[in-house]
Structures are given as structure tokens and as C-alpha cells.
Design a protein around this ligand. Structure first.
Ligand SMILES: [Fe+2]
Ligand SMILES: [Fe+2]
Length: 399
């Protein structure tokens, strides 16, 4: 991997070309398990080096999975059947159940969209970049727009993954439930897009690391890998991010929208836990289970370390801060710290529940400080109501 010093002495245009490649190599060398590396590397090249998600226009990603038909229509998964009934009852309409008449101004200090210390403006100023109050408001607004743009891109991934898993999962009750999730994800795409398009008037490109995870899941033919990646890891990440923003924002339309999306996601993660627990305990060999356990750990670490909002950096801070300084800002960001905590508080108990936190892997989670979440509530203890009340108010909420 190219070191920072070498990068710093390169002329800016050369550095701009080389840095993403160096970054990609850095990400891939962080993955310690060779099998996991082999499964992520092709997606890593497409996402981080070729930047397939940032070329403008649609991106074609090959999907290879089998569609499994069952002509006997068995009802053998009562818990999934229950979720299907609940999902039918709790559908909502993104156009009429949200008050789109609310006027949103993300730079209005009277209705702060996120708290002032969310991104770490102090740190940017400490690094010698003076910012006017207007520039600070803009940076706050860009941060929310960046987060919501990534939510939107993630929801598109969830929409396609839910459709693929509905085809290939072996539980018929799971297929019926999956159809409701496809509708839920379409609604999430609808509301996030409408908010960005009509209230924030801006959309950021997909983050390279998010692209890599989505690409890897689309191209993997095994439904349970798509599911582990999407329902447990990416949805865990999304719930962490939605929960953080929900707790912190004072903007009423965004708050209501996030609350409703979080309630839908509670069902999705619950279904993920049910389906994977059944599959991992009854259908996989021990070596196949171990492969998933290692994959989940490596992806969790990548998610924790690699969502660095370079898209904001490239737009507003390139040339003023180095990429290494920007990483310092993001790693010290109070908002992102809360986001990481929320994410792992959800994710770790779900991994335990589906059997991917065996004694073999526990020391690795211990080493990175994540075992403290082991005893937490998993998705099966959190329904649409309790998942919202479980988001305790945070003192950092916008004031
Ligand atoms: Fe969603
Ligand atoms: Fe979802």
C-alpha cells in the first residue's frame, strides 16, 4: 500500500488518480481471511478502482441465482406466516401518510436537521480551516444529504436483494413474506428519493464501499449470503444510521419518515434472523457455517472503518484538507461515533441469534471491542413498536 508521505509529495492531479486505488488496496488488505477476500475482491475492483457506481447512467450487475418453485405451497414456517400477516396490516402509503407540505430548509438554524457537533466542525477548524456560520450550515446540510443519499442507494440494493431472495429462498412462507418486503423497500426508495429531490434538491453518488457490498451480494448465487449481507449486515447498518438520525433531527417530516421506515425494517431484520437461523442450523455443514461467520466479521469491520464520506470531502474539502486529515475528522465525528454504536448494538445480538458468534470467533469480536453488545436484544425481541421506544433519546439531539 502506498504510504501517506509518498502520496503527499505527488502533484495533486496524479494524487487524485492514485489515491482511490491506494484506498482500495488498503481496504482489501484489511480483510484477513483469504476466502472472504476472494469473495469480496472482484466487487472491490468494480466498486473502488473502476468506480462502476459513479459513471453516470444505469449500472449493469450480473446476478446468478436459481429461482426455486414449490408446487405444494407448504405452510411450515408459522413465525414467517405471522410476519406476513403483520406486514399486510401495516402497509402505509408514502404519498399520503407523510405530510409533504412541510417546508424544509436544511440550513435553517431554527429547525436544525442535525446537531452542530454531528460532523466534527471543531476538528476541521482545529486543522486550520476557518469556516463561516454559513459554511458550517452548508456542511451540516451536506452531511444529512450524503447520509440520505446512501440510504436511498442502499434501499435500491435492498429492493433488488429482497426480490432475488423471494425467488430463491426454500421456505414458501418466506416467499410470501418476501413479497411484502419488496413492496416495503420500493416505498423506502420512493420516500427517500422524494425527500432528496423535493426538499434537499441534491443527490450524492453511491459510496464506493456501499457499492462493493451491494455488488458482492448481487453477484453471489447463494441466497443465504445475499440475505446475511442485506438483511443482517446492511439493514443493521441502515438501522444504526436511521436510528441515529431519528434521535437527533428536529426536522418533523424527516423524523416521521424515518420512524415509519425503522418500523418496516424491524420486520425485515426479524425475518432475516428467522430464515437464517433455520438455514444455518439445519442445512449447512460446519465448514459452510464457519465461512459465513468469518465473512460477517470481516464485513462488520469494513462497515465500521470505511464509511468515510469522501463524497463530501471531494466536493468541499479537497485541496484544503488531505484525505488523511479528512479521515481524522470522520473518525472523531461525534455523530458517526453514535452511529457506529447504534449499528453494533443491533447487529451483534442478531449475529448471536443466527449462530454466527461461536466461541471460535468471539475473541475476534472481543479484540475489536464489540463483545459488550453480545447480550443485547435481537430482532425477534423488537417489533414495530418496541424498536422505536428502544431508541433512547440522546443528549446530543439537535438543540
Ligand atoms: Fe428498507
Ligand atoms: Fe429493509
Amino acid at each position: 500500500m502506498l504510504n501517506e508521505k509518498l502520496l503527499e509529495i505527488l502533484p495533486a492531479p496524479v494524487r487524485k488518480k492514485i489515491e482511490p486505488v491506494a484506498e482500495a488496496i488498503g481496504v482489501l488488505t484489511e480483510v484477513k481471511n483469504p476466502k472472504v477476500l476472494a469473495s469480496l475482491a472482484p466487487a472491490g475492483v468494480r466498486g473502488m478502482i473502476l468506480q462502476k457506481g459513479k459513471q453516470g447512467g444505469p449500472t449493469k450487475i450480473p446476478a446468478r441465482h436459481d429461482a426455486l418453485f414449490d408446487w405444494e405451497y407448504p405452510h411450515d414456517q408459522p413465525a414467517m406466516q405471522k410476519l406476513y400477516e403483520r406486514a399486510k396490516k401495516l402497509q402505509w402509503n408514502g404519498s399520503t401518510d407523510l405530510d409533504w407540505k412541510i417546508d424544509v430548509d436544511p440550513e435553517n438554524p431554527e429547525v436544525p436537521i442535525i446537531p452542530k457537533d454531528f460532523l466534527g466542525i471543531d476538528k476541521i477548524q482545529e486543522l486550520g480551516v476557518p469556516m463561516t456560520p454559513k459554511e458550517i450550515q452548508k456542511a451540516q446540510s451536506d452531511t444529512v444529504t450524503w447520509m440520505l443519499s446512501q440510504f436511498l442507494h442502499g434501499e435500491q440494493g435492498a429492493l433488488f436483494a429482497a426480490a432475488q431472495v423471494t425467488e430463491s429462498v426454500q421456505f414458501f412462507d418466506g416467499k410470501m413474506y418476501g413479497a411484502t418486503q419488496v413492496m416495503d423497500e420500493a416505498r423506502h426508495v420512493e420516500v427517500f428519493h422524494r425527500y432528496l429531490d423535493t426538499k434537499l434538491n441534491k443527490l450524492y453518488d453511491i459510496n464506493d464501499n456501499l457499492f462493493v457490498i451491494i455488488d458482492a451480494l448481487m453477484t453471489d448465487s447463494r441466497w443465504d449470503m445475499k440475505f446475511l449481507g442485506m438483511q443482517i449486515m446492511v439493514e443493521g447498518l441502515a438501522l444504526g444510521a436511521f436510528g441515529t438520525l431519528y434521535k437527533m433531527t428536529r426536522e418533523p417530516l424527516l423524523r416521521e419518515m424515518l420512524k415509519r421506515v425503522i418500523q418496516d425494517e424491524a420486520r425485515h431484520v426479524h425475518y432475516g434472523v428467522l430464515a437464517l437461523r433455520e438455514h444455518f442450523t439445519k442445512y449447512l455443514t460446519e465448514s459452510e457455517r464457519r465461512e459465513r461467520e468469518d465473512w460477517a466479521f470481516e464485513v462488520a469491520i469494513l462497515m465500521r472503518n470505511r464509511f468515510l464520506a469522501y463524497e463530501i470531502y471531494e466536493e468541499s474539502f479537497e485541496g484544503v484538507l488531505t484525505r488523511a486529515q479528512w479521515r481524522e475528522v470522520i473518525n472523531a465525528s461525534p455523530g458517526l461515533e453514535i452511529f457506529r454504536r447504534e449499528m453494533f448494538r443491533r447487529l451483534v445480538p442478531n449475529l448471536r441469534e443466527i449462530g454466527l458468534l461461536s466461541d471460535r470467533i468471539k475473541p475476534h469480536y472481543e479484540r475489536v471491542g464489540l463483545m459488550k453488545y453480545f447480550e443485547g436484544k435481537s430482532a425477534k425481541d423488537l417489533d414495530e413498536h418496541t424498536i422505536v421506544t428502544d431508541l433512547s433519546e440522546d443528549p446530543r439531539r439537535a438543540a
